[in-house]
Design a binder for this molecule. Structure first.
Ligand SMILES: C[S@@+](CC[C@H](N)C(=O)[O-])C[C@H]1O[C@@H](n2cnc3c(N)ncnc32)[C@H](O)[C@@H]1O
Length: 364
């Protein structure tokens, strides 16, 4: 009797959207600066079509549409599972083929080790892929901070900062990082977390005094930085050939652990209603990044109403600001930084930006 690998008969091989999703994501990885992941995903797509071990891992999505595959970030889960295995050190053959500073990795060589690892560690990778992706991009602070500077400069008041959908809370202590905005810098010169954003446009109001007198954050499923497995998951979703991003998130995690960041497990709508009403003597800022699209449309409507109500309650002594870095619906690959400040409530486009904050084009 010939033994056939169990995934040979798997229906996932028949869904053309599966390899297509891997190839579309491959292009996006290359465009966003990870050629290694781009090439790895192209090889994974070929493996899936040939009924290899990738086919066995994508069975939960056997009938999924392209939309569903991207809503679930299936290709990123596969990459994250492999990188998590690398970071754990539990598969030395795979570790030896992945990029590291001073060594450029070859995706074809890495794929041979990755394919073997997907067979050897099938259950572990499948378990990793069954979780919603957990990401927290620290350099988004480089886009948000000029917005905070604008708010502080225009109101002249201290800030109460409330972040919705904060993930593990790595963008909650944005005022403890160091930023370079073209020729001007802002933040603690000794900070270990520094942003190397490519800046274009005028300089934001870096001479403004910024004082944060209260801060808090929520997330539907907060990342717990005290748990080493969750810390590794956060790192696993950073692309392995992006060493600066990896260094930055490690430094931000160290800082968060030392200052004790806490993110409340709560839904954005209920939490924003409860905590973020304006108060006299400070400007109350509700802010978020790359989150709006993950809410169902009823929740979007409900949160927009909460924000409008807080805005309506604002006074010159108790202003309210809504600051957000989100993709415009018609063009999801670049971000917009928008600010609405009450009283007044005019919606302003302050900047466009790379999704990970690699560049910011300041328009103000
Ligand atoms: C792509 S992540 C972005 C995280 C973080 N803002 C950043 O920029 O790195 C989206 C986050 O939104 C959170 N989220 C989605 N829907 C939510 C809701 N209704 N209430 C609170 N958090 C939510 C998810 O748990 C996830 O942490």
């Amino acid at each position: 009797m010939t033994l056939r690998p169990p995934w040979r008969d798997i229906a996932a091989m028949d869904n053309p959207e599966l390899p297509r999703s891997l190839r579309v994501q491959a292009e996006a990885c290359r465009a966003l600066g990870s050629p290694f992941h781009g090439d790895l995903l192209d090889l994974a797509a070929e493996d899936l079509e040939a009924g290899g071990p990738v086919a066995a891992l994508v069975t939960p999505w056997a009938d999924a549409s392209l939309r569903k595959l991207f809503d679930d970030a299936m290709p990123l889960r596969l990459l994250g599972g492999l990188h998590d295995l690398v970071l754990s050190g539990d598969d030395p053959a795979l570790v030896a083929t992945y990029p590291k500073p001073g060594r450029e990795a070859d995706a074809s060589t890495a794929w041979i080790a990755a394919r073997a690892a997907l067979i050897r560690h099938h259950d572990r990778i499948a378990a990793f892929m069954s979780h919603e992706p957990q990401t927290n991009e620290v350099r988004r602070s480089a886009c948000l901070v000029p917005g905070f500077l604008t708010i502080a400069s225009e109101t002249g008041l201290p800030i109460r900062a409330f972040e919705v959908a904060a993930s593990a809370g790595l963008n909650l202590h944005w005022d403890k990082y160091r930023y370079q905005f073209g020729d001007s810098a802002w933040g603690d010169p000794a900070a270990r977390v520094a942003m190397d954003t490519e800046w274009t446009g005028p300089v934001p109001p870096v001479d403004t005094l910024v004082k944060v007198i209260e801060r808090a954050a929520c997330d539907r499923r907060p990342g717990d930085l005290s748990d080493p497995v969750q810390r590794r998951r956060l790192l696993a979703y950073i692309w392995p050939d992006q060493f600066e991003r990896l260094d930055r998130i490690r430094a931000a995690i160290d800082l968060a652990l030392s200052v004790g960041v806490s993110v409340e497990a709560a839904d954005a709508v209920a939490w924003s209603t409860r905590v973020a009403a304006p108060q006299p003597g400070a400007v109350t800022v509700l802010y978020h990044s790359v989150f709006w699209q993950y809410m169902p449309s009823e929740s979007q409507t409900a949160l927009a109403k909460v924000i409008a109500d807080h805005g309506a309650a604002a006074t010159p002594d108790a202003p309210f600001a809504w600051l957000r870095m989100e993709p415009p619906p018609e063009h999801m690959s670049n971000m917009e930084l928008r600010l609405t400040l009450w009283p007044g409530g005019e919606d302003r486009l302050l900047a466009t930006a790379h999704p990970h904050g690699a560049w910011v084009k300041w328009l103000n």
